[in-house]
Design a protein around this ligand. Structure first.
Ligand code: DLL
Length: 432
């Protein structure tokens, strides 16, 4: 079995409980004494560090939300002096102020370990060449996988995103074994390989480590076909550390969370009450191992469920389902909750490519939803009747999955914008 740190990834639950408890007690003490925001918050909630005796006490603590980071922009929640920081990153948020995160040398080490665990769980070894096409910069994708690859002893190829034909050239010439990028960019690279007339079997590539945005299992199969690889999911967010908070193992049945550093809970997004295992709710993390930014019960807005069943791979780390989407990406169309990933799922079930754009509008106080879908090569048709029939078929499949009507418009292959990072799937004109 491919493990990076089996002594911890496969540790007994009792051992993990002991580590988590010791780390939580220390972290809450530091946060309380070093970060005025946490002192105020805990005082207001009537909780003192002395009330925290084990990880089971985590639910006594108040939540932290993204606005707390924004309100204390840029460095107000840091628990260390600037001289102890070695790196700054920031979230890729599209609205409002960015959220700024900082790392000590230890924090970078922890993060690199987690990313190395993810690469190893995908079958990567120190002999492999890891082609990193996540963006390098304030976004954590590029440097996160880069440091993970080096930590594993593998060879990082820091390509960054963009210039897709050159990406393909490098895959061919440098003999990359693993590709790391967003799933939507992996699709685009796969299409480019095809359009350049290259047989994907002629590439050395054998795996991909894709994340930073929601994607379905159907899309996974599509990418696997286009690039002739096995595709693994990797999850993370800059506030918690970056990519590697959780990752797929070879059984791809949920992402193992690095819970020795990031303690997970799933809560009801409306009430904040803990949800039973297996039920979908908002993922919350407490960073129990980090020095610079010790977040307490941080609400990620990501919607998923937890699974404590033992995994066949031997890892004892709890698993989370693929995030279905974010509570703030969820569209409410005429009162019905719709996630873009549901649209993607339907399209792939119908053997369409997952190149689509959802346009939401409000006409006469009524929400309308249009889904533009690219025709793929096998479907490309000039007869109006064929096109209309296909549109109707997709409309009815969407209706039965989403429980809300969406108008479908087929557009020509290659006309919807391609993304080199996180894909933009929704234009919501109601907010303008
Ligand atoms: O996206 C970190 C990352 C980089 C993860 C590379 C994986 C690979 P942020 O820019 O802070 O960090 O965005 C974090 O992206 O809260 C999720 O909503 C979403 N996200 C990240 N990974 C996944 C995934 C990086 N595998 C936000 N599936 C998170 C679904 C994901 N959503």
């Amino acid at each position: 079995m491919p493990y990076y740190q089996p002594e911890i990834e496969c540790a007994s639950r009792d051992y993990l409980h002991a580590i988590q408890s010791a780390r939580l007690i220390k972290m809450v003490d530091t946060a309380y004494n070093k970060v005025p925001f946490y002192k105020r918050k805990l005082d207001e909630a009537g909780v003192s560090p002395k009330d925290i005796h084990s990880i089971d006490d985590v639910s006594k603590l108040p939540f932290t939300v993204k606005d707390d980071l924004r309100d204390n922009y840029p460095y107000g929640l840091f628990a260390v002096e600037p001289s102890e920081l070695v790196r700054i990153h920031a979230s890729s948020g599209t609205t409002g102020k960015q959220t700024v995160v900082g790392y000590t040398a230890n924090d970078i080490d922890i993060w690199s370990q987690c990313a190395a665990r993810a690469i190893s769980a995908a079958g990567g070894t120190k002999d492999d060449f890891i082609h990193v096409s996540y963006g390098y910069g304030l976004f954590t994708g590029g440097l996160g996988l880069h440091y993970g690859a080096e930590k594993l002893g593998a060879t990082a190829i820091p390509v960054s995103s963009g210039n897709t034909k050159r990406q393909v050239q490098i895959l061919q010439d440098f003999g990359s074994d693993f590709l790391c990028c967003t799933p939507s960019y992996a699709m685009f690279i796969g299409e480019t390989v095809r359009d350049m007339g290259i047989d994907p079997k002629s590439l050395k590539l054998r795996g991909g480590i894709f994340g930073a945005e929601p994607w379905t299992d159907n899309m996974r199969r599509e990418i696997e076909k286009l690039l002739d690889i096995k595709a693994y999911d990797i999850y993370g967010l800059s506030e918690i550390t970056g990519p590697g908070v959780s990752y797929d193992c070879e059984y791809q049945n949920g992402l193992h969370i690095c819970e020795d550093y990031f303690y997970p809970e799933v809560v009801d997004p409306d009430t904040g009450e803990p949800m039973p295992d297996g039920e979908y709710g908002e993922l919350v993390f407490t960073c129990i191992g980090k020095e610079a930014l010790p977040l307490i019960r941080y609400r990620t807005r990501d919607i998923c469920a937890l699974n404590r069943e033992p995994c066949r791979c031997g890892r004892t780390f709890i698993r989370m389902t693929k995030p279905r989407g974010r509570s703030d990406d969820m569209l409410i169309i005429r009162g019905v909750n719709v996630f873009p990933s549901q649209v993607e799922h339907v399209l792939l079930e119908l053997h369409m490519d997952p190149n689509y754009l959802i346009i939401v509008d409000r006409v006469n106080n009524l929400d309308s939803m249009e889904v533009q879908v690219e025709m793929n090569q096998n479907l490309f048709s000039d007869t109006v009747r064929d096109i209309e029939n296909t549109e109707k078929r997709i409309e009815s499949a969407l209706q039965s999955t989403l429980n809300v009507h969406a108008r479908v418009r087929l557009v020509e292959p290659g006309t919807l914008p391609r993304s080199e990072g996180k894909a933009k799937r929704v234009i919501d004109n109601r907010r303008i």
